[in-house]
Design a protein around this ligand. Structure first.
Ligand SMILES: Cc1cc2nc3c(=O)[nH]c(=O)nc-3n(C[C@H](O)[C@H](O)[C@H](O)COP(=O)(O)OP(=O)(O)OC[C@H]3O[C@@H](n4cnc5c(N)ncnc54)[C@H](O)[C@@H]3O)c2cc1C
Length: 436
């Protein structure tokens, strides 16, 4: 019976759902052995380092991932980075297929003057900082000013704004990493502006996240009812789709809720393009150009306004970090429907599509790409030898048993503190935890 070997690079949702799709495609005539490689000693990709700490239910998908990993034909190689510890050229001959599920971790730049001033950072740095990603523990997040500006009109921007605007006591029982929790407790930020370039009708927020806002217990959320009504009228010129209608309902709920005078607030602004970040050695002010919608197009009116602030977070999208030996185009792996043409390499998830879609989107993506991968399989599996032969012996590999120990230790530490887990940030300590 043909027994194929597949390498999956990246232990995020795309990686696990690819493994699941391969496992589900097995039959008496088709067996897969799966090796999953992850550069960090911790697994689950953005489910661990992206999803907001105050959304714990979303993270329960990790139980599905662990079930997938419990299959006897699944091996985990954590703390192994492809392109650094192993070359893609060493992998391809040893596997029938290599599936790149490496996500996109670099924040897109605004491309405006002042963007590199201290106090201006990307959501791609801020989010992993509060979520305990080992590479971002030392990000400097100045929270000494009273105002913060978040640029972007998607759920990542909303997560950043909410994390800044929540009363930090609401985060005490979450898995927010301790260094960030301490910083939020000391934070002077009381007003968070969230600013989008286009109108509410174009925003990428989704309605469940918007509907949560009027329920915040210690934060007033403000959206101008006039702005929402005007956008609703503009959008209603054509056929309005279900998702947009639901967003408008949610926007109206927020706009109708009277501010209760909480010391903390979050205010939405639309049709505003950031033009410049000003400041003497650090962020002091953001200048916005005011846009309008004309014949369905967003155009600059030539007018400007400014917001004084010491912290700007841009959440305008992500790009993939290039990996040696793989061709990237427009921030993604160059591919056709997930096939990297002329190779036995495939790609799934954000590395393939760019930063769009929720966790579940990666499941259907994985199952589509796995169908193509199976179509392309040679009748005879490759006889390339085991990857462990070329894996440098200097690397401490986090296998499934070591990861289970790390996971269990974090959960146990959290239990004592009334949290889902206490995340360890140091790679050295994580590796130690894996051996205990
Ligand atoms: C801030 C934020 C909040 C989000 N919140 C939600 C939410 O609430 N609900 C929801 O449904 N979706 C949410 N999403 C979207 C969801 O996280 C993504 O759809 C999903 O994580 C994409 O999966 P992925 O596997 O492609 O990428 P990732 O989750 O990024 O996983 C990629 C993995 O590959 C590893 N890797 C990268 N390069 C290498 C290499 N060279 N060698 C080995 N390993 C490598 C990375 O370390 C990482 O573990 C959020 C996204 C962000 C950014």
């Amino acid at each position: 019976m043909p027994h194929y070997k597949v390498a999956i690079v990246g232990a995020g949702p795309a990686g696990y759902f690819t493994a699941q799709a391969l496992q589900n495609s097995q039959s008496d005539d088709l067996i897969f052995s799966i090796d999953m490689f992850e550069r960090l000693p911790t697994m689950w990709g953005l489910v661990r380092s992206g999803v907001a700490p105050d959304h714990p239910k979303i993270k329960t998908v990790a139980k599905v991932f662990e079930k997938i990993a419990s299959d006897p034909n699944f091996r985990l190689f954590g703390n192994v980075e492809i392109g650094r510890d192993l070359d893609i050229e060493e992998m391809c001959p040893r596997y029938d297929a290599v599936v790149m599920c490496t996500g996109s971790s670099i924040g897109k730049k605004l491309g405006i003057p002042g963007e590199d001033l201290p106090g201006s950072l990307s959501a791609a740095d801020f989010v992993p900082w509060y979520n305990g990603h080992p590479d971002y523990a030392n990000v400097v997040v100045p929270l000494d000013g009273t105002t913060a500006v978040v640029i972007g009109a998607g759920n990542v921007a909303m997560d950043c704004a909410r994390m800044l605007a929540l009363d930090p006591s609401e985060l005490d029982s979450t898995d927010t990493v301790q260094h960030a929790l301490d910083a939020f407790h000391k934070s002077n930020v009381r007003k968070v502006h969230i600013v989008g370039r286009r109108g509410p009708e174009h925003a990428a927020f989704t309605s469940p996240e918007l509907r949560e806002l009027p329920k915040l217990e210690h934060t007033d959320v403000m959206i101008s009812a006039d702005v929402i009504n005007a956008a609703n009228t503009r959008a209603s010129v054509g056929e309005i789709d279900k998702q947009l209608a639901s967003n408008f309902e949610a926007f109206h709920l927020v706009a109708e809720k009277k501010p209760l005078g909480h010391p903390r607030s979050m205010e939405f602004h639309f049709l505003s393009t950031p033009k410049e970040i000003k400041g003497n050695g650090k962020v002091e002010e953001v200048i916005f150009g005011i846009n309008e919608v004309k014949d369905g197009k967003v155009v600059d009116t030539g007018n400007i306004y400014s917001i004084k602030t010491s912290l700007v977070i841009s959440a305008i999208g992500y790009e993939s970090l290039p990996i040696p030996g793989i061709s990237f185009m427009k921030g993604k792996i160059e591919n056709e429907a997930g096939r990297v043409l002329g190779t036995n390499i495939y790609t799934v998830g954000w590395a393939k599509r760019g930063p769009s879609g929720v966790i579940g989107t990666n499941k259907s993506d994985a199952s589509d790409v796995v169908k193509l991968l199976i179509e392309d399989l040679d009748p005879e599996p490759k006889q390339g030898g085991d990857i462990t032969v070329v894996l440098p012996t200097s690397i401490t590999v986090v296998d499934q048993s070591a990861w289970s120990k790390i996971n269990a230790a974090e959960i146990a530490a959290g239990e004592a503190a009334g949290k889902p887990r206490i995340k360890e940030v140091s790679k050295v300590r994580l590796l130690e935890m894996g051996t205990k």
